[in-house]
Design a protein around this ligand. Structure first.
Ligand code: 0X9
Ligand code: ZN
Length: 306
């Protein structure tokens, strides 16, 4: 099996980031966007086609918000590798990279990810602590400023969906928010990769309201899900988050949407619960290929629309 069909430790992923940037220095730049609570660097890979354009649009993809969802960082690595290998080989990828820059954050929650490798495989949150409680960790996907800490999040530090002390109290969420705020004129698509459940979700999750471009996002998700069904005989559910999965405020997708990134999606990759977060490595290639198909499908439309 190839490197990409295995899960990798945090140390391996840092090494991979460096090596990938060196080997593809014409197309990849590494950007340090901040650091984690335990002071680990948060690196974003910027992928660009060789075609320079003024006012280039961009897409953002983050992986590993939740520590135990190992297929998520595996997808980010898969995506980067595939994009670099097939640029100028495959039309979809070539057009995607010529029309947009792509920012990829392989692990938003490095402290939590490391912790799942060393201590507790089922850890979800980051690893921050405060004097107020003996419990550790904030749910980074409840820490963004979108109806923060209302119904669907918890203000108790011991809970798995703890929202943190205030919006962007966590350095990982703040770093992502700062980066997107400073690139909001170019970033047109926001994608956040999670597991599990096989779903393509779009805002809102923080309220039952429909977003203004609901119909368009629904169509995009529907088309992507249809392609997955056709090519991989796998069913993905799709729809507005609050109605498809649950009401959950403070998520990065809703926050990005409200910032003005009106193509905002959260993917829940394989499976549907047989293995759950413990998806065996033999499932990585299928899970990533089907998600890649969905990304390409959504990116094509999102990149051409205003
Ligand atoms: O609850 C979450 O954060 C996500 N599900 S997971 O099982 N990966 O934890 C769903 C996120 C949907 N979007 C928002 N809640 N904003
Ligand atoms: Zn998640």
């Amino acid at each position: 099996t190839s490197y990409y069909e295995r899960y990798h430790s945090l140390g391996d992923i840092y090494y991979w980031i460096n090596k990938t940037a060196q080997e593809h220095s014409d197309m990849v730049k590494v950007i340090l966007i901040g650091s984690s609570y335990e002071k680990r660097p948060l690196y974003v890979l910027k992928l660009s086609g060789r075609q320079e354009r003024a006012e280039k649009r961009a897409m953002w993809i983050d992986c590993g918000i939740h520590a135990r969802e190992w297929i998520s960082p595996a997808f980010c690595l898969w995506f980067v590798q595939y994009s670099l290998n097939f640029y100028n080989q495959n039309n979809d990828i070539t057009e995607m990279l010529n029309s947009m820059d792509i920012y990829v954050l392989p692990v938003m929650n490095p402290d939590g990810y490391k912790y799942t490798w060393t201590t507790n495989r089922m850890w979800r949150k980051n690893r921050s602590s405060s004097k107020e409680s003996n419990c550790v960790g904030t749910d980074l996907n409840r820490n963004f400023d979108a109806n923060w800490c209302t119904k669907g999040a918890s203000n108790r530090p011991c809970d798995e969906i703890y929202c943190g002390q205030f919006p962007e109290s966590e350095p990982e969420a703040e770093a992502v928010a700062n980066f997107l705020r400073s690139h909001k004129n170019s970033v047109k698509l926001y994608l956040s990769i999670h597991s599990y459940g096989q779903m393509l979700l779009f805002p809102y999750s923080c309220s039952n309201e429909e977003v203004p471009n609901h119909a368009e996002l629904f169509e995009l998700a529907q088309e992507a899900a249809m392609k997955i069904r056709r090519h991989y005989r796998n069913n993905y559910k799709y729809g507005a988050s609050a109605k498809t999965i649950y009401l959950a405020p403070g998520g990065s997708d809703d926050w990005a949407y409200n910032l003005g990134i009106h193509y905002s999606f959260t993917f829940e990759l394989e499976d549907r619960g047989r293995y759950g977060f413990l998806l065996p490595p033999s499932f990585i290639s299928k899970a990533c290929n089907e998600a890649l198909l969905a990304v390409k499908s959504i990116a094509r439309r999102g990149a051409s629309n205003r």
